[in-house]
Design a protein around this ligand. Structure first.
Ligand code: HOZ
Length: 433
């Protein structure tokens, strides 16, 4: 594929944007090539500025569960824009949005809109600390909760991809209030609680980890977190920025039947526009200003365009629960196709999948259930695979430590084409050509 325009554009971007990108993984550094610069997208297809077409499994890193530029969402944004783009004042649509979320997410009784997942987790932590009167937060290795200081400790996603899980600039004073346990290791959590349980304000967890590649919670892990937090009077925060409205209409918490105290949301909730939210038990949420003393604010929070896009997406998902079965069927077909190819080409790799999320790990391990197993992946092999797949028109996240997302717009043909491309890529890699 000719990508001369992308190369030129990225060179230009580096002169005025740090690293040429507005979010690190987009720079493609870990896959050893310049990034593809996007022109437009529709449905499951994305097009670069050289006119190349790809089947998209990035889905804007998760938000586009209904595919790109879904007609109903584009229409809703247009209509909203005609009425004004921002008021910094209450609107009807933000209440409709809150009501929709409260209806869909079992544990959410009250919800505050913000502009990103980072804002949601940062604000939820402040609220948890204020509510409990405690300072410590416990997070998990390889979980990523946005880029607020308290969470950039052993963090996943771009922090893991670029080997900066503990970012410079986070003070030692902040870092000492973040405890870290291995994901899926309940015993380690119980030991930390036994030592300092009376000082832990909250445990924050991705109920299904999507930022070290896809790693599923092992049986009893989430239940155990619920029990230990309850025992010690700490809050349980589910970071459902990725899993919210993706693994089910009620997120991972509905799928696994666990009720967290607070939930953070992002991505799908904005229908492709920048939205985040945090919500949960009313007695906790009522501590937020102006109802209570915990301050958090935002000029663009509840922005009418973002609310219009997000509410339209959530309404479609709420009215068409069959979408979730269809998404899962397509993702299973993809995962099984990959697994068959892996076996037949004798490639050392593991495929993790749940609902519409999937990661292909290039690893000697037999399974990937922990941060260490994920981190042991062969990132060079992944990079080689990524480049071959891209060349054959498959657009996936340029890092071993992210997920692929299946959307409502993917057809069975798209899935089968991707399985064939995967086969060809694995064969090419095995033959060393
Ligand atoms: N942290 C995001 C993926 N988990 C990256 C988002 C982006 O680069 O747009």
């Amino acid at each position: 594929m000719n990508r001369q325009n992308s190369i030129r554009e990225f060179e230009r971007a580096q002169k005025s944007i740090p690293g040429g990108v507005n979010s690190p993984v987009r720079a493609y550094k870990s896959v050893g090539m310049p990034p593809v610069v996007i022109d437009h997208a529709k449905g499951a297809r994305i097009f670069d500025i050289d006119g190349n077409e790809y089947i998209d499994f990035v889905s804007s890193w998760g938000p586009l569960i209904l595919g790109h530029a879904r007609d109903e969402i584009v229409e809703a944004i247009k209509k909203a824009a005609e009425k004004g783009t921002s008021f910094g004042a209450p609107t009807k649509i933000e209440t409709q949005m809150a009501e929709r979320i409260v209806e869909m997410i079992p544990s959410v009784e009250s919800v505050r809109m913000v502009n990103s997942g980072t804002e949601a987790t940062m604000s939820a932590l402040r609220l948890a600390r204020a509510f409990t009167g405690r300072d410590l937060v416990l997070k998990f290795e390889g979980n990523y909760h946005g880029h607020a200081d308290s969470f950039l400790i052993n963090a996943g996603s771009g922090a893991m991809t670029f080997g900066v899980p503990n970012s410079p600039g986070v003070t030692a004073a902040t870092a000492k209030n973040t405890l870290v346990a291995p994901y899926n290791d309940l015993q380690a959590v119980e030991e930390l609680f036994a030592q300092t349980g009376d000082q832990i304000a909250a445990v924050i967890v991705e109920p299904v980890a999507g930022n070290m590649g896809l790693v599923l919670p092992q049986k009893g892990f989430l239940e155990g977190l619920r029990q230990v937090t309850q025992k010690y009077g700490a809050l349980l925060i589910f970071d459902e920025v990725i899993t919210g409205f993706r693994l089910s209409a009620g997120g991972a918490q509905k799928l696994f039947g666990i009720t967290p105290d607070l939930t953070t949301l992002g991505k799908i909730i904005g229908g492709g526009l920048p939205v985040g939210a945090y919500g949960g038990r009313k007695d906790i949420m009522e501590k937020l200003a102006p109802a209570g003393p915990v301050y958090q604010a935002g000029t663009l929070s509840g922005n009418p365009l973002a609310m219009a896009a997000g509410l339209t997406a959530l309404n479609i998902l709420n009215d068409h629960p069959e979408i979730y079965d269809q998404l899962e069927k397509k993702a299973i077909r993809l995962a099984e196709g990959f697994r068959k190819n892996i076996t037949e080409t004798q490639t050392q790799a593991v495929v993790n999948q749940i609902g519409s999320m999937l990661t292909l790990f290039f690893t000697k391990e037999k399974q990937v259930t922990s941060f260490h197993e994920a981190a042991a992946s062969d990132t060079e092999k992944f990079a080689a695979y990524f480049r071959i797949a891209l060349e054959s028109g498959i657009y996936m996240a340029p890092s071993q430590f992210e997920c692929s997302f299946v959307s409502d717009a993917h057809t069975e043909d798209d899935i089968d084409q991707t399985i064939r491309a995967n086969r060809a890529a694995l064969e090419k890699m095995q033959s060393g050509t």
